[in-house]
Write a protein that binds this ligand. Structure first.
Ligand code: PLP
Ligand code: SF4
Length: 340
């Protein structure tokens, strides 16, 4: 018997199902650096409880040999995460105070958010839910009954947002069950999905998923999450096209990240690529102050300046709104450039 793994038996990455691509995703920072031909002494790695996770599809869009690659920076646990910074906390946006039922958060009038699953295909180092107690949230359709009952009993709700984690991490069958249960509630007019999978694991956008979404009675809104133009290419571009060619409305939200996308030129290129495939920039977020993410923070005046720069060169529909999430507010807070 040979001790050499049978690589021939592993289908080429392009032909793997999304589940196979997930199981072969990178989970070791040192192996990822080797894959990208970056010497281990070029970066100081952190030993984080929020481990590295990134699928090969996303890695292929990184520049080999560049420890400062903007896609790599989003996923690599570096020493700076271990520096404690004042004001950076575990739950910066008040998620836990807004829980109405297991798995159900509501902060704003008319729309409630389901923590559909705790898992993601990628671990973004700046994630504001990196400490969220996902293990306490529902898994089976039975566990979801209290949340579904709460939605059914509250006619002021017109939109349910599937979030997480990443709701598209659920299997097509599980997702279909949960969507159908919500879709059957008469006062729900829209189902919204907050997902990064079309960007980081494009193979997830299967025929079955598209057909399940098109069977829904309610209008479908899909909010994807790309931060840098280099993310929006190749297989990712194809998956976004599949989404925009469906009846769903497709929007993008990005987070302004120091050293990743904090310039007007980068944001303009991101917006241009998105609108050219029919995805509208929705929000550009000021970083939420979650512990371990201080090195990504940009000065508060920078976001409004960047967006003003975008407005000067792009059509109005291609310019995202720069917002910050402040706990206790009745919506995301629009940040305008202060008068001088
Ligand atoms: C961000 C968020 C929403 C969505 O807000 P919109 O401005 O409608 O995009 C809804 N619920 C919660 C809990 C949120 O954090
Ligand atoms: S995909 Fe979204 S929820 Fe998942 S780690 Fe990234 S930012 Fe957080």
């Amino acid at each position: 018997m040979s001790l050499v793994p049978d690589f021939e038996a592993i289908p080429a990455f392009e032909h793997q199902s999304w589940q196979q691509q997930l199981s072969t995703a990178w989970r070791s920072a040192s192996e990822l650096l080797k894959r990208l031909q970056i010497a281990s002494d070029e970066v100081e790695l952190a030993n984080s409880e929020f481990p590295l996770l990134v699928p090969e599809s996303f890695v292929r869009r990184m520049r080999p040999g560049d420890p400062l690659d903007p896609l790599l920076r989003q996923v690599l646990p570096i020493g700076a995460e271990e520096v404690h910074s004042n004001g950076f906390v575990s739950d910066p946006v008040g998620d836990l105070a807004s829980r109405r039922a297991p798995g159900l958060l509501q902060k704003y009038v008319g729309r409630a958010l389901l923590i559909a699953t705790g898992t993601c295909a990628i671990h973004c180092r700046y994630c504001f839910r990196r400490n969220y107690p996902y293990q306490e949230e529902p898994r089976t359709l039975e566990d979801w009954q209290p949340a579904l009952d709460t939605i059914r009993a509250d006619e002021s709700l017109t939109e349910v947002i599937f979030s997480g984690g990443d709701p598209l991490m659920l299997s097509d069958r599980r997702l279909h069950q949960l969507c159908t249960a919500v879709d059957q509630i008469p006062h729900i007019e829209r189902l919204r999905f907050h997902t990064r999978l079309p960007i980081v694991l494009p193979a997830r956008i299967t025929q079955e998923l598209m057909s399940n979404l098109s069977d829904l009675r309610a209008q479908v809104m899909i909010v994807v999450h790309a931060n840098h133009p280099a993310e929006v290419q190749a297989d990712c571009e194809d998956s976004l096209r599949r989404l925009t060619q469906s009846a769903a409305t497709v929007l993008n939200q990005a987070v302004l990240l120091h050293g990743v996308n904090d310039s007007t030129a980068i944001q303009a290129e991101l917006c241009r690529r998105l609108v050219n495939i029919g995805v509208l920039p929705y929000y550009l977020h000021q970083l939420d102050r979650v512990n371990g993410a201080a090195h990504f923070e940009t000065p508060l005046q920078q976001g409004p300046q960047i967006v003003e720069g975008l407005r000067a060169i792009l059509p109005g529909y291609a310019v995202p709104r720069f917002v910050q999430e402040l706990p206790g507010e009745s919506s995301k807070t629009l940040m305008e450039r202060p008068e001088v």
